[in-house]
Design a protein around this ligand. Sequence first.
Ligand SMILES: C[S@@+](CC[C@H](N)C(=O)[O-])C[C@H]1O[C@@H](n2cnc3c(N)ncnc32)[C@H](O)[C@@H]1O
Length: 284
Amino acid sequence: MELVDILTRTERYLRDKGIDAPRLEAELMLGHVLNMARMRLYLQFDRPMAPAELDALRPLVLRRGNREPLAWILGTVGFHTIDDLAVRPGVLVPRPDSEALVDAALERLELNQAAYIADVGCGSGAIGLAIAMERPEVRVYATDISPEALATTRDNVARLELAQRVAVLEGHLLTPIPDKRPIDWVISNPPYIPAGDIDALMPEVSRHEPRLALDGGKDGLDIYRELIPEARRRARCGVIVEVGIHQAPGVADIMRRAGMTDIFTRKDLAGIDRVVGALTPQDG
Ligand SMILES: C[S@@+](CC[C@H](N)C(=O)[O-])C[C@H]1O[C@@H](n2cnc3c(N)ncnc32)[C@H](O)[C@@H]1O
């Protein structure tokens, strides 16, 4: 069979399985197996497919038909200025929306100024590593309670050659960072989906992504209630977090009650309030 036939069959299969962009995804998977840029596929439509290539492609297409996230299958995803961040089953796929959190943090981290940031719930490492790539003076503590997440972050730290500036630590919220270590900013994209909403989400999320990365308790705000007072106590500059839709006022209120000042929000590309931040009062 020729490449074009495989592409057409794969596209049809993925469409039947409810995938939104079946042609694009078929091209990405085929390109991945053949180690070929998508555009080059078009120049090789009549190229015969070898049995070994078909054997490599088939399980990937079946996994996608089962609605596993495409990024897990391809093994990498683009995030902010990082072209190929490693991701794998068991670890949340970083979302384009979260780039707003990175940008909000970069706005507050002055160029050429040393700073320590804690990326709490680091997952693949997306947030903290994207910040570290843009700010060579910044040091990052990346924390998570999921061993799969920590292993993925460690992979990405090695791939991006950031081991000198990023410490990957296992534990609950800020607890793995020793008390004597300085923290300037606490940055976090924590689990924030109300527990009762998860089953209604798209299958890639509800059936595959880890609950630990999604479930924010009854109203989605459980982690903020614990993390923000803790950040107020330990962060010298402030805290910046990603929030779910309609959660910004509730999270701003938690910051206010914790005694933080200068609360701000930032929208994502869809115009939704996606980031809330606040400063630690300097009088202690
Ligand atoms: C929404 S995901 C975000 C992952 C990554 N920061 C990103 O933006 O792609 C939340 C992460 O928080 C981690 N997590 C959940 N509860 C935690 C806790 N109590 N302490 C530290 N990390 C936690 C999960 O394992 C998951 O990796």
